[in-house]
Design a protein around this ligand. Structure first.
Ligand code: FE
Length: 361
């Protein structure tokens, strides 16, 4: 190798190393975020740091639009809800995160109980998000709604046989139900809603009745319950609708086939309504870019964002001014449970106790 070539290689190495170090320094040191705090009078600068358990391209597109409109850069850290709560706990006051987005009111409640969040007083948020989808102390706000429904095999089940969650505990459903484990937060929140609506005793007998009627031991996620029904292992499953949307639009033809074989049924239309949960956003207790963070929260609740934010994952918008289209429209309107979702967190421990008592794995 010529001396010149060696020198050039060395120079390239040094240049890329310094570029790399500069990039690292930019994204995650406390100093950089404080320097770029939106302290300017116009507020149109700086950045905001977001931890999120959502991982959809459309979410990123929304953050990009927000940056274009406000000049505020959005730095995103993705992880599972549990991981991010753990990380927030460990980082404590020194956390970079200004905002935390995760699924399930139960998880948001857990973050709140751990003292990780702070209340946000905003007329914009209160105007865009119905009260029942907001924390009573304003520590979290729903962004998208998810309906937990009954799906059924179109060949083996006629929808006229279906009515309520409670009816699935009847003997005619013995060995016919697929539903995931009781450690799953979606199920904990579902049972928590029944405790609120029907009382502990009825909730306990529901958990016992479903456990008796399970076709298979709980395993896997909601998609796996759909697959179990399509494979003939069960006739109905309790699951969130957006997984059906995801599978219908999947690149995997097997998943499309599974979803096409299933019907979606919204239970309890004549009684207490279908169980609805949320994915939601919260401001961390130690947010260093609180002003920017609130702007992003408000932006995500506006009609234009809500349309995109919910449709990315076939969820329902929380903003009541936004109409659903396409697949969601085809499933039709439905009556949802009329409870404030804060109770899902409040009844969490009781729900876990009832599941254990029922022997639901
Ligand atoms: Fe999910």
């Amino acid at each position: 190798m010529s001396k010149f070539l060696k020198l050039s290689l060395f120079a390239i190495l040094i240049l890329s190393l310094s570029a790399f170090l500069a990039a690292c320094g930019n994204s995650n040191t406390e100093d950089s975020s404080e320097d770029s705090n939106a302290s300017g009078e116009d507020g149109e600068s700086g950045e905001v740091n977001l931890y999120t358990s959502r991982h959809y391209e459309t979410d990123q597109a929304l953050y990009d639009t927000f940056t274009e409109e406000t000049g505020i850069k959005v730095n995103v850290v993705e992880g599972s809800g549990d991981e991010l709560i753990e990380r927030l706990n460990q980082e404590g006051e020194s956390t970079e995160a200004d905002l935390f987005i995760t699924a399930d009111a139960g998880n948001l409640h857990a973050a709140s109980e751990s003292g990780l969040l702070q209340p946000v007083e905003s007329d914009v948020l209160n105007g865009n998000i119905p009260e029942k989808f907001r924390d009573v102390d304003n520590e979290w706000f729903g962004l998208t709604k998810r309906a937990r429904v009954i799906v059924y095999d179109k060949e083996r089940v006629d929808p006229s046989e279906l009515s309520t969650y409670e009816a699935l505990t009847e003997p005619e459903w013995e060995d016919r139900i697929a539903i995931r484990s009781s450690s799953n937060m979606y199920n904990i929140s579902l049972l928590a809603s029944f405790i609120e609506l029907n009382g502990s005793e009825e909730a306990a007998s529901w958990a016992g009745g479903i456990t008796n009627n399970m076709a298979i031991e709980p395993q896997g996620g909601d998609r796996d319950q759909a697959k179990a029904v399509a494979a003939g292992q069960a006739d109905v499953a309790v699951m969130n609708t957006y997984y059906i949307g995801g599978m219908l639009n999947s690149e995997d033809p097997e998943e499309v086939k599974v979803a096409e074989s299933l019907g979606v049924f919204f239970p309890n239309q004549e009684t207490t309504g279908t169980h609805v949960n949320i994915s939601g956003i919260s401001m961390t207790k130690s947010a260093k870019n609180a002003e920017n963070a609130q702007k992003l929260m408000e932006f995500l609740s506006n009609e234009k964002s809500q349309e995109q934010f919910a449709s990315a994952n076939y969820e329902y918008p929380v903003n009541p001014n936004v109409e659903v289209t396409g697949l969601l429209e085809s499933w039709g309107e439905f009556k949802e449970q009329d409870i404030n979702l804060s109770v899902l967190g409040e009844n969490q421990q009781e729900a876990i106790r009832l599941f254990d008592q029922a022997g639901w794995k």
